[in-house]
Write a protein that binds this ligand. Structure first.
Ligand SMILES: *[C@@H]1O[C@H](CO)[C@@H](O)[C@H](O)[C@H]1NC(C)=O
Ligand SMILES: *[C@@H]1O[C@H](CO)[C@@H](O)[C@H](O)[C@H]1NC(C)=O
Ligand SMILES: *[C@@H]1O[C@H](CO)[C@@H](O)[C@H](O)[C@H]1NC(C)=O
Ligand SMILES: *[C@@H]1O[C@H](CO)[C@@H](O)[C@H](O)[C@H]1NC(C)=O
Ligand SMILES: *[C@@H]1O[C@H](CO)[C@@H](O)[C@H](O)[C@H]1NC(C)=O
Ligand SMILES: *[C@@H]1O[C@H](CO)[C@@H](O)[C@H](O)[C@H]1NC(C)=O
Ligand SMILES: *[C@@H]1O[C@H](CO)[C@@H](O)[C@H](O)[C@H]1NC(C)=O
Length: 922
């Protein structure tokens, strides 16, 4: 939400109540705003007595809140930090200001264990990079003069996602920018010399400048006197408490600041002097001031003006380092002193976008956000045009100040009426609102509008086309088709206006040529039967309940009771067993001292083993290079024992002796999907399309279960066809999720996850940003889907031309041209229903969107694949289901569930459906 608007709203309310005195009840100091990001509640900092408010009016989600790890010595009042997960661009806080007043704004960035780098800006003027090098929180502060009634404080994504814990806005004396009105001053250093105590700030300093205590400088001597009755003239003056300590030296006082920006910048240096020795008189303490070896003041005498206090502001251009040296002048009796100083870097103020355009677009954003379902506006913070323009906005800066001339909100899933403020965008030339769910009438546009192109097609608009839009003076194209409730237009009217238009006609989506009549012919009830039949056909089990003691005839220590299905020679059982803790010794026997290596994955080596009950098992040994500690291993074992799903490979046992981390899984007799699709000719079997579809659905369900795991979403990180295993009955089971990662969440420390995954399947966004989310799995699953129906080929095949190395890139043009038949695996040609195939192709394409935001989530994918399977099965089983199965009454147990039996893991419901539908396999 826009603070500005809230603030204005509050003002209006307050004025209405004749209380228009303070606009903020909680921060009583005028011109002060203190924001504690992600704090649990508003609070008062006991050290400063300042009141801090939370930041939820800007960013309401608590997903991005983290607790700061306790590794830093800083004294903090806020233990939380907001970490923005963004693809690119900026996130801004806007704080109320008064035009022409001078402020400082300070961001606090908690120390971060890795070398982070992102950027901070005031308005659109960059203040620089956030890169913490010392083991303490970093503060970045800038001084600026407000140009309007609010200021944006923005974080811009760099190598890593930006984070922040605190923002402080303070009004400052105007003198800071007296000679430099169109500048931003970035604080380099602010020192209180000769003081050994804490930093001094509010309430001692009424502007809440933070004066860092700096006592020990090689060979400089501290001076400290109780001064009173001093005439401290000038608004800039530091508090007396800062001035009553100083450093001095009999000959020369030298301050070196290294590590400044290496480009040339102008610096302003503020030096503050107070003569602390009351016996000294004018002429006795005289000195020269050098900046980087350049004499800036000769024979400077603090007492010369008749006051004990004096300050001077010196400017110099520098890069890399600054050397402030005060040298005793000839004939001076005493050496130079210095009580306090500030170094500020001068950056030119960059002009923001045309204020009127900004006001209108913010109003438009607010109108769109009145409908809480419009979520696509996350990037819409701060300046719309400069420093990463808002998504969907293009600007023109050729006439000095930037103006917005293009607004493209197409395919943004927006609902509600078209915001009326769109007509107030006086510089707008291109407006595209197509492919959304806008409702209501098209607003009337002003004749002064510069609009050249308007596209409102594919919405749900009503009413006639307003006359005002047809007669827009500059309009060249107008599309409004596929709004099924809009009135018919008279083509003659549009023809006469010589506008390019679709006349309100709706172009049918070309590729949807599936035979829909089958679906139409069947009632909802029988749809589900045939679906149930289809699923069970591929995942049929015979269940027996066997007490866990029966397992291998051995009593293993019982840790967690779980139920899972377990394949044996020719049958399936449900066993209630514990995940066993195997001894290292036992596993050496099982694997014959790790004799047969059967696989090598990102998480370690896999050996063949045979358990006591002659069950064959893969034994996965974590690689020695693993940095994972025992505690993490325990945590993940807990997770693994909690995870149980029909479509996930269960864990049989583990071993964690002598720093070994070993996992034992059941063997999947039909190998992996990879083997089936692209493996050696010997292993490869042509899978028919319905089998492929049900495998895809099974895998999707397994992943959906992981992603929605109660309490904590689990991300697989290495979804690929070799990790989708097929059991005896060709039921898909996702493997290798045991050492997946939890989705980032509150309380995580900032451990940079190394990017994991397999070439060809790896989410490009994850690779670029290293920001892990469920959507990375979705991308990889999209690759699996593509390989599942496409011409059999590895996801990455360097035998293809360079631009077509990746299966996905190669397939896309065919899909766009609606020529799926040409890339469908020849093995299933003629064996699929076109509509079902298209459903899957479309899901695959959505999964492969380069930006994760546009990818569906696994739960939606499951739904789509279920629909595809319904269509497929209806096409092939329609007649059969009517003839051989008779009426639908017998299946009522299954029918009242939208969730299909294959997803339910209780033996009971599965047995019921199984008994009803299929002869038992022998
Ligand atoms: C903080 O808020 C309290 C109560 O609202 C108020 O009395 C106090 O003056 C405020 N502190 C400052 C520094 O403004
Ligand atoms: C914190 O303060 C802000 C600003 O005064 C106010 O809008 C918000 O309701 C307060 N929050 C709580 C939890 O009191
Ligand atoms: C000066 O302070 C620094 C830390 O600020 C410390 O490491 C150093 O030992 C101190 N030197 C003297 C002479 O006290
Ligand atoms: C200054 O005055 C305070 C109390 O008024 C006293 O505690 C302190 O020692 C004095 N400092 C000096 C340097 O005289
Ligand atoms: C103050 O100045 C006098 C000379 O006027 C000198 O003797 C004395 O040592 C000075 N005091 C300090 C603490 O420097
Ligand atoms: C700093 O400037 C002074 C005066 O010009 C000079 O004597 C000194 O060598 C300089 N120090 C460094 C480290 O550059
Ligand atoms: C579009 O909005 C609907 C609700 O209006 C939501 O269910 C769906 O997930 C959204 N789709 C995308 C791609 O954001």
């Amino acid at each position: 939400m826009e603070l500005q608007h809230i603030w204005m709203l509050r003002l209006v309310v307050a004025c209405a109540l004749f209380l228009c005195i303070f606009f903020r009840s909680t921060s009583a100091v005028e011109g002060f705003e203190s924001i504690a990001c992600c704090a649990d509640s508003n609070y008062t900092d006991p050290r400063t007595t300042l009141n801090y408010t939370t930041d939820y009016i800007w960013f309401s989600d608590k997903q991005s809140c983290k607790q700061i790890p306790e590794i830093v010595l800083s004294q903090r009042s806020n233990e939380n930090v907001r970490l923005f997960h963004i693809n690119e661009g900026k996130r801004c806080y806007n704080l109320p200001t008064i035009e022409d007043k001078v402020y400082l704004i300070r961001g606090t960035f908690p120390f971060d264990s890795f070398d982070s780098s992102f950027y901070v800006s005031i308005g659109v003027t960059q203040l620089g990079e956030v890169r913490s090098s010392r083991l303490q929180d970093l503060e970045i502060e800038g001084v600026f003069k407000a140009t309007k009634d609010y200021i944006d404080f923005c974080l811009v994504k760099g190598e890593v996602n930006p984070f922040i814990s605190q923002i402080e806005l303070r009004s400052l004396p105007e003198e800071y920018l007296h000679d430099l009105p169109a500048s931003v001053l970035k604080l380099i250093s602010r020192n209180n010399l000769g003081d050994k105590k804490d930093d001094i700030r509010f309430p001692v300093d009424q502007s809440d400048r933070i004066w860092k205590a700096t006592s020990n400088l090689s060979s400089a001597l501290p001076l400290s006197f109780n001064v009173s009755n001093v005439d401290l003239r000038g608004n800039l003056t530091p508090p007396l408490q800062v001035l009553q300590t100083a450093l001095t030296h009999p000959e020369r006082l030298q301050f070196i600041h290294d590590g400044l920006d290496t480009e040339d910048y102008e610096y302003s240096i503020f030096l503050y002097f107070l003569e602390l020795n009351s016996t000294i008189i004018a002429g006795q303490r005289v000195f020269d001031i050098y900046l980087n070896n350049e004499v800036k003041k000769e024979r400077f005498d603090v007492l010369a003006g008749g006051s004990k206090y004096s300050y001077t502001i010196l400017n110099i251009s520098a890069n890399g380092s600054l050397n402030i040296t005060l040298v005793k002048a000839s004939q001076s009796k005493f050496g130079p002193p210095l009580n306090a100083y500030e170094i500020l870097q001068i950056r030119p103020w960059i002009e923001e976008t045309n204020h009127i355009d900004v006001k209108v677009i913010q109003k438009l954003r607010k109108e769109l956000l009145q409908n809480p379902e419009n979520k696509a506006l996350e990037s819409w913070t701060g300046d719309p045009c400069i420093l990463f323009p808002w998504k969907g906005i293009k600007c023109d800066g050729s006439n000095g100040s930037s103006v917005i001339n293009k607004l493209d909100l197409s395919s943004s899933n927006i609902t509600g009426p078209i915001p009326s403020s769109v007509t107030e965008m006086t510089n707008l030339e291109i407006l595209n609102l197509s492919h959304n769910s806008f409702v209501g009438h098209i607003p009337s546009f002003l004749r002064s509008s510069l609009l050249i192109s308007v596209d409102v097609s594919y919405n749900d608009l009503t009413g006639p086309l307003p006359e005002s839009i047809i007669s827009l003076p500059h309009l060249k194209s107008l599309y409004f088709g596929c709004n099924h409730h809009m009135s018919e237009e008279d083509p003659a009217k549009l023809n006469s206006s010589r506008i390019n238009t679709d006349y309100g006609k709706c172009k049918v989506k070309e590729h949807k040529h599936g035979q829909v009549f089958v679906i139409g012919a069947i009632t909802g009830g029988s749809l589900l039967i045939t679906l149930a039949v289809g699923i069970l056909f591929f995942c049929r089990y015979r269940y027996k309940l066997i007490p866990w003691e029966g397992f291998g005839g051995k009593n293993y220590p019982m840790e967690t009771n779980i139920i899972f299905s377990l394949p044996s020679k020719d049958d399936f059982f449900v066993k209630s067993v514990s995940i066993e803790a195997f001894t290292l010794e036992y596993l050496e026997v099982v694997t014959e001292k790790y004799r047969t290596l059967i696989g090598e994955g990102g998480f370690g080596s896999v050996y063949r083993g045979t358990l006591d009950d002659s069950q064959e098992v893969p034994v996965k040994v974590r690689s020695a290079t693993s940095t994972q500690g025992t505690r993490e291993f325990d945590n993940e074992l807990n997770l693994l024992s909690a995870i149980q799903h029909e479509n996930l490979v269960p864990l049989l046992g583990y071993c964690k002796e002598k720093d070994q981390q070993i996992l034992v899984y059941p063997f999947m007799s039909n190998g992996s999907l990879l083997d089936r699709l692209y493996g050696d000719a010997a292993k490869r079997k042509i899978l028919d399309w319905p089998t492929r579809l049900s495998i895809a659905l099974g895998a999707a369900r397994g992943l959906a279960y992981l992603h929605t795991f109660p309490g904590r979403s689990v991300i697989h990180r290495d979804v690929k066809s070799s990790n989708i295993l097929l059991d005896q009955s060709m039921c898909a089971k996702v493997a290798d999720f045991g050492f997946s990662k939890y989705a980032p969440q509150e309380g995580d420390s900032y451990v940079s996850l190394e990017v994991r995954g397999t070439a060809g399947y790896l989410d490009p966004e994850y690779y670029k940003t290293q920001q892990l989310s469920e959507k990375s799995d979705v991308f990889s699953f999209g690759v699996v889907l593509t390989g599942n129906w496409g011409v059999a080929g590895e996801p990455l095949n360097i035998k293809r031309p360079r631009t077509e190395w990746s299966l996905v890139e190669w397939a896309k043009p065919y899909i766009r041209a609606s020529k799926v038949e040409e890339i469908v695996d020849p093995g299933i040609k003629g064996g699929y229903h076109a509509e079902a195939m298209w459903r899957v192709v479309e899901v695959a394409l959505q999964c492969l969107e380069p930006y994760s935001t546009y990818r569906p989530c696994m739960v939606d994918i499951v739904r789509e694949l279920e629909d595809a399977l319904i269509i497929e099965n209806n096409a092939s089983e329609y007649m059969k289901s009517i003839d051989s199965l008779g009426g639908s009454n017998r299946y009522s147990i299954v029918l009242d569930k939208r969730v299909l039996p294959a997803t339910t893991s209780t033996a009971e419901s599965t047995i019921t459906t199984q008994a009803l539908s299929h002869p038992q396999p022998r």
